[in-house]
Ligand binder design. Structure first.
Ligand code: HEM
Length: 362
């Protein structure tokens, strides 16, 4: 009986050592995702629904919010039925507009390589039937079964594609690397932003987070300090995510390329948009501190939904938020082009639903 406390202590110590060894042996925070679902096959891709977007909350009062939460690590990167269509758009952009959508400052090379390694490790585990990896000495080959493409990285650098380019040719997410400058501020050191909203990487590479958000109303007053603190405190073991939405107006004849690649404006020259031409464009943003280089890997997945596809509750929430925006916020978001149409559509749909439920009751 006298030995009981000693045994307890020994068990505690052993558990601690076992956990420490496990953590040190595993390459990264991905350790937590070793049990990832691995059985999705290429044919399943066509049936895979997009990762559910954060619903619009319907806030009564506008405020720029960080609204961050713990990253759903099993779904850091996602695949869905739109993969092939969007992959085609991404390939076209990289073939014809590469300098506008992809820029890597020289100091970001190691971070981009680490980002690619993390991407490949994740995809080949999470979607093992779709991506395959083989190592040949220092070189790694990754094979994408859906597109038939193979990419090589590691080893001699000169003849290889930029690591960040390989990464975004595999993912549905846009990826950026944030590094700290001499003043301790994070800046955009590398970025492959193929589906931007009103900006291009070519214009803004090297900008600090604060400069990037200069056009955003109330950014500096309401959220700039919290974002700086959040980025400084991010650790490899505390990845986070947040969501954003924009309202986009398209012309009836626009194709997926034009809808997704919006380097100048979200509201095209369509002064009288129909509900099918009003698109709710959501971004799921993820933030990870890379363990080796200590840089931040920022991911953005874009989701598109037409106004018509929004469930009634979200439509009402959207209408509430649109009405809550102060004048200058509404102007920044393009409300004068689509605001009245959204409110009108919401009102009509509400009346329709009320009429239908009255009929059911009779
Ligand atoms: C917690 C971190 C962040 C928060 C809270 C945040 C928030 C926002 C908000 C509220 C907007 C305006 C969107 C709208 O109201 O329609 C915006 C725009 C933007 N954000 Fe962020 N963001 C964050 C991180 C980042 C990062 C890491 C980048 C790096 C690429 C970035 C790049 C941009 C750009 C380029 C714009 C468009 C600005 C413009 O209109 O020109 N953001 N962000």
């Amino acid at each position: 009986m006298k030995n009981l406390p000693c045994i307890g202590l020994a068990i505690l110590l052993l558990t601690f050592v076992a956990l420490k060894i496990r953590k040190d042996l595993l390459p990264s925070w991905l350790a937590a995702t070793k049990h990832l679902v691995k059985h999705a096959g290429c044919n399943d891709l066509k049936r895979m629904a997009p990762y559910p977007a954060q619903p619009i909350k319907g806030r009564e009062r506008y405020r720029v919010m960080m609204d961050i939460k713990k990253l759903d690590v099993e779904n850091w990167l996602t695949l869905d039925k739109n993969y092939m269509d969007e992959h085609l758009v991404r390939s076209q952009l990289l073939a014809h507009e590469k300098h506008k959508v992809l820029q890597c400052l020289p100091e970001s090379y190691d971070a981009c390589l680490e980002a690619l390694e993390e991407v490949v490790e994740f995809l080949t585990q999470r979607f093992a039937n779709m991506f395959e990896m083989k190592k040949y000495g220092e070189k790694t080959m990754v094979y994408n079964r859906m597109t038939g493409e193979t990419f090589a990285f590691g080893g001699a650098r000169s003849e290889q594609m930029d690591p960040l380019e390989i990464a975004v040719r595999l993912t549905m997410e846009d990826l950026s690397i944030l590094m700290k400058n001499a003043d301790g501020e994070y800046y955009l050191a590398a970025s492959a932003s193929l589906f931007p909203v009103g900006w291009t990487v070519a214009e803004r590479i090297g900008w600090t987070i604060s400069q990037l958000h200069n056009p955003v109303p109330l950014w500096h007053q309401q959220v700039a300090n919290s974002v700086s603190k959040f980025l400084c405190r991010l650790t490899p073991h505390s990845p986070m995510e947040r969501s954003n939405y924009f309202v986009e107006v398209k012309r009836p004849d626009e194709d997926l390329f034009e809808i997704l690649y919006r380097p100048t404006t979200l509201s095209e020259d369509n002064p009288d948009p129909s509900p099918q031409d009003i698109v709710i464009r959501r971004e799921r943003q993820t933030f990870r501190r890379l363990p080796r280089t200590g840089t931040i890997l920022f991911g953005v997945k874009t989701f598109l939904t037409t106004l018509e596809e929004l469930p009634m509750q979200e439509l009402e929430n959207l209408a509430r938020e649109v009405n809550s925006w102060p004048e200058h916020v509404g102007e920044y978001k393009g409300r004068e082009i689509w605001g009245a149409k959204v409110l009108e559509f919401c009102e009509k749909k509400k009346q329709q639903q009320e009429m239908e439920s009255e009929k059911m009751e009779v």
